[in-house]
Write a protein that binds this ligand. Sequence first.
Ligand code: SF4
Length: 360
Amino acid sequence: MRWDHLAGTPAASPASAAPADIALFGTDAVTTRTFDTPEFRGVTFHEVRARSIVNRVPGASRMPFEWTVNPYRGCTHACVYCFARRTHSYLDLDTGIGFDSQIVVKVNAPELLRAQLASPRWQGAHIAMGTNVDCYQRAEGRYRLMPGILEALRDHANPFSILTKGTLILRDLDLIRQAADVTEVGVSVSVGFTDHELWRTVEPGTPAPERRLDVVRTLAGHGIGCGVLMAPVIPFLGDRPEQLRATVRAIAEAGATSVTPLVLHLRPGAREWFMSWLGRHHPGLVGRYERMYAAGAYAPTWYQRRITRQVHEFADEFGIGPGRREASRSQQRSHRGTPLPDHHAQAPRPDPGPVQLTLL
Ligand code: SF4
């Protein structure tokens, strides 16, 4: 494993995920642990003292945010399509099962963030979380890094956003409310579909879609507006109109302030893992996927436009209409970036299309 082969040049989105941001810790700072509890069986944690925690997103002019904080690397939510997988290769860790089970924990993330926010050079820019891994994955239940991070953001009235699939975010509801009293806070939950069979196989480590929508419901009940990133919409498996309609309906019923569809993209790292999963579970679709993604990581623009149009029509039907979407977007623009894009991470699209950013 490489832990110290590079200096700590800030960078961090999976889009950019240059090796520069990854090995920010010295070899002597790594402590490896396993826990013999059912939820962590087979998972190895690499506790590190990171050298930096606030990362600048290269090419931020094409992103809805410029700065990110990711207290973990690797994610036990284990989504087969997760495009952050390739970032594990910069640590010489496996991007398949290794990404799901070898979790790097930046144990000093809260103290690093507090120091950064107190720096006279820090201008109070919006910080996006959940852009590279899920900060409320299961490890957070044990390491409890987010409370310290939220306290630092609250104390400095620094605007931020969180995108998550983790129900654990509700543990920190009070802190989020306190922060929202003093700064702009955006929360989004990622729910690409409500089909249980698809969920169990493609997002095996995540809370069920309805549990995630319960998060939306609970946040709304406490006065915290929550958007839903409907991502990824998975071609041929989760894109039938009745599937899209059922998902949008559930999102609307949960009280989401907005719904933003994003079609699956398959960049290197994620592509190999996803296609191997597809070959095992849906071998008849392999050829169709190879044709659909023949030009690169993104589905054709015509397909993305069709999905976007359908989702917006269903959103209108169920009361998450254009007016509410526009209001939500305006609000997001006003504080430079919400989790609109990638659960966990965004990347610039190579061509203009209906969706400007993509999610893990
Ligand atoms: S898509 Fe998000 S929740 Fe799923 S494995 Fe990747 S970082 Fe974790």
